[in-house]
Design a protein around this ligand. Structure first.
Ligand SMILES: CC(C)(COP(=O)(O)OP(=O)(O)OC[C@H]1O[C@@H](n2cnc3c(N)ncnc32)[C@H](O)[C@@H]1OP(=O)(O)O)[C@@H](O)C(=O)NCCC(=O)NCCS
Length: 204
């Protein structure tokens, strides 16, 4: 296996949807929770390939993307764009509440309702000025535990620093103990928590 890391391309989009779904249950395959295999990626992966200024990398093996890290330097501008550009067509496609025959699980219903939350009026937490970027990282099982997550994280951190971004944050489920440990190894610390998980931050 010869995994290489490169900037993500629009042509990677179908793989990003697939990776997002297959790692979407706190790091494990979420396929069984969804009738619609695209829904999770519509929120957590695809918009980053279209948002102007997003920084996205993929880890590929044999020319096929097997993992990604997606990020935006400024979360406030991204939320505004989500509200005005990305989410409106999806709100028409996925009503909220999702009809019962379209929700395979409470998880699928919850993601559909997330599309309908107002993103432009979300209160900005006081710490966010220091950590304006955010990221999502997901690797398929076949390339986990081989240093690819570290390579993606270090590549992204360098790119964010080049863009003079002071810090980055992320959200992680408390059930995803592997990812929490990984972020700790990457230097992240917890800044907030609720019943579902943690917000973690890294100074760049
Ligand atoms: C979490 C994830 C991104 C880590 O990437 P990875 O390539 O597997 O991790 P690496 O091999 O680069 O490991 C980097 C460091 O983190 C540690 N680490 C990684 N996974 C770990 C785990 N499950 N438990 C404990 N430590 C872990 C490694 O020991 C290593 O430490 P070291 O470099 O100090 O020796 C990857 O496993 C993944 O995508 N998992 C499924 C999707 C997911 O959970 N995404 C996060 C959603 S919030």
């Amino acid at each position: 296996m010869q995994v290489s890391v490169r900037k993500a391309l629009p042509q990677d989009l179908p793989h990003f949807y697939d990776i997002c779904l297959r790692t979407g249950d706190s790091g494990k395959d979420a396929s069984a929770f969804f009738y619609d295999p695209w829904l999770l990626g519509q929120y957590y992966a695809a918009p980053y390939l279209f948002f102007p200024g997003a920084l996205c990398f993929t880890a590929e093996d044999g020319g096929i993307p097997r993992g990604y890290i997606v990020s935006v330097p400024g979360t406030a501008a991204f939320d505004e764009w989500m509200e005005n550009v990305w989410l409106p067509p999806l709100r028409r496609r996925y009503p909220s509440p999702l009809p019962e025959n379209r929700a395979r699980s409470p998880y699928e219903a919850r993601i559909a309702s997330l599309l309908h939350l107002s993103h432009s009026s979300r209160p900005e937490p006081p710490w966010r000025a220091g950590y304006p970027a955010h990221l999502h990282i997901d690797l398929l099982p076949e390339i986990q535990g081989k240093g690819c997550g570290r390579r993606l994280m270090e590549g992204l951190s360098a790119a964010l620093r080049e863009n003079a971004v002071p810090g980055v944050h992320l959200g992680v489920s408390r059930l995803n103990t592997g990812a929490v440990a990984f972020y700790g190894r990457m230097g992240f610390s917890r800044i907030e928590e609720d019943e579902s998980g943690y917000t973690m931050v890294l100074k760049l």
